[in-house]
Write a protein that binds this ligand. Structure first.
Ligand code: FAD
Ligand code: PYC
Length: 416
């Protein structure tokens, strides 16, 4: 992370130093009805809905750093629901609908902006894949439409549709209801809402072990701030879920990869929508502050490094400069990486585990920000009732044993 006042402030907050009493993390209590491991957007949303909709009052969300400091605070905020399979489209569409009312729900402006997400096609195969998505989405009741290069340029005037460039634009799929939101605000909004309902959000508190009783069921956690008893644990630790689950002896079908992004210096509004290219592994939008937000593909190798390979960023920038010549002379303001956890079928895992009392919500890979409200909502239901929410039911860990996979590799939007 870059040196800045905000990062220092976050660290001070996480370490309980130098802040008014009411802003400090509470001390962990001896026991809770449920513990969530990971205070990213998904973990905080889970805590919020557990308290709000399931009446659980003694809940703790434990975070090894500061809240929202993981992928939630590092992502490029793209929201959309144009996934291929019905199971995925249903889950992401559920979430997209929740975004529409989220600022009101949380009484906190998450800066939701349905400005349209356009996915470019550069060759015949891209056109076939893109059109297949459009048809599948429309059958599933999800908006998506096919555009000619000229229509794409009308929607995004800075797009270069010249035919003689290295990656010519030959068409595009447009989800008009897709868009972006402010990532930090989502974490803060859910944290504030959960805290107001009595949820303890305990930062600087790393879970180091999971305790089990004589029957093998969950009995509590050990943390860097002491042991805590509980019979229900939800692991929502993107990038590190397999590490936490291994503490209870559960081996997860996950690999962790660095994924990186960068922003330019801020400029006046020049880009009205989000544009992505799966083929080139590049995408761009403009933040409300004016920065051009640019993202790349994952590194080719598994790693826990929070810095992506320079050659990957170079490739992305070359492609972005060709597709959007207007940004060529902008300077880069900052770059960063996050660690995403990826399943073999590029779909998440939400549900129970073989250990009684241990639940998991992970494997969102490069695309979980858009799912934050829906994921928290269905996972809270799953944790509270001890059985999957109907929308989460296809996304069990069990599918890797039965072979009933939900292969969304082509919808992942960035390469991995
Ligand atoms: P996180 O926000 O990562 O939260 C998990 C938390 O668990 C972390 O804060 C971590 O510190 C904590 N933790 C880990 N281990 C422990 C432990 N032992 N004890 C306690 N706490 C622990 N998705 C989209 O939909 N659209 C995008 O445009 C998009 N762009 C992306 C761009 C980049 C560069 C990256 C890195 C990701 C992007 N994503 C995007 C993916 C998205 O960010 C993630 O899928 C999503 O944020 C996951 O949320 P989370 O709450 O599960 O995880
Ligand atoms: O899932 O839309 C997405 C996405 C864009 C960039 C990273 N993930």
């Amino acid at each position: 992370m870059r040196f800045s006042f905000f990062n220092l402030a976050r660290q001070a907050l996480a370490q309980n130093r130098g802040w008014p009493e009411q802003w400090r993390s509470p001390e962990p209590k001896g026991s809770y009805d449920a513990i969530i491991v990971g205070a990213g957007g998904h973990g905080l949303a889970t805590g919020y809905y557990l308290a709000k909709e399931h009446g659980l009052t003694k809940i703790a969300v434990l975070e090894k750093g500061w809240l929202g400091g993981g992928n939630t605070g590092r992502n490029t905020t793209i929201l959309r629901s144009n996934y291929l399979w019905e199971e995925s489209a249903a889950l992401y569409e559920y979430s997209l609908k929740m975004w529409e009312g989220l600022s009101r729900e949380l009484n906190y402006n998450v800066m939701y902006s349905p400005r349209g997400v356009m996915m470019l096609a550069h060759n015949t195969h891209d056109v076939q894949v893109g059109k297949r998505h459009v048809h599948a989405n429309r059958l599933a009741g999800v908006d998506n439409e096919w555009l000619s290069p000229e229509d794409a340029k009308a929607f995004c005037p800075i797009l270069n549709i010249a035919r003689d460039i290295r990656y010519p634009v030959v068409g595009a799929a447009l989800q008009r209801r897709g868009g972006a939101a402010r990532h930090d605000a989502v974490a803060w909004g859910y944290a504030r809402g959960a805290s107001a309902r009595g949820v303890d959000i305990i930062q600087n508190c790393e879970v180091t072990a999971i305790r089990r009783d004589a029957s093998g069921a969950v009995a509590g956690v050990e943390t860097t701030r002491g042991a805590i008893a509980t019979k229900r644990i939800g692991v929502v630790a993107a990038g590190h879920s397999s590490v936490v689950m291994a503490m209870a002896g559960v081996r997860m079908p996950l690999e962790s990869y660095p994924l990186q992004a960068l922003v330019s210096e801020p400029v006046k509004p020049m880009m009205p929508c989000v544009v992505m290219s799966n083929t080139i592994h590049a995408y761009m939008s403009q933040s409300d502050k004016g920065e051009m937000v640019i993202g790349a593909g994952t590194d080719a190798y598994i790693s826990y490094s929070q810095t992506g390979g320079l050659h990957i960023a170079n490739h992305t920038l070359e492609a972005v400069c060709e597709l959007f010549p207007a940004v060529r002379r902008l300077r880069m303001l900052r770059n960063w990486g996050g660690i995403v956890d990826v399943t073999p079928d590029r779909s998440p895992i939400i549900g129970l585990s073989p250990v009684p009392g241990l639940f998991v919500n992970c494997g969102w890979g490069t695309g979980g920000f858009k799912a934050t409200p829906g994921s928290g909502h269905v996972f809270a239901h799953t944790l509270a009732r001890g059985e999957p929410h109907p929308l989460a039911a296809p996304f069990t860990l069990e599918r890797f044993r039965t072979g009933r996979l939900i292969d969304e590799a082509a919808a992942a939007a960035v390469a991995h």
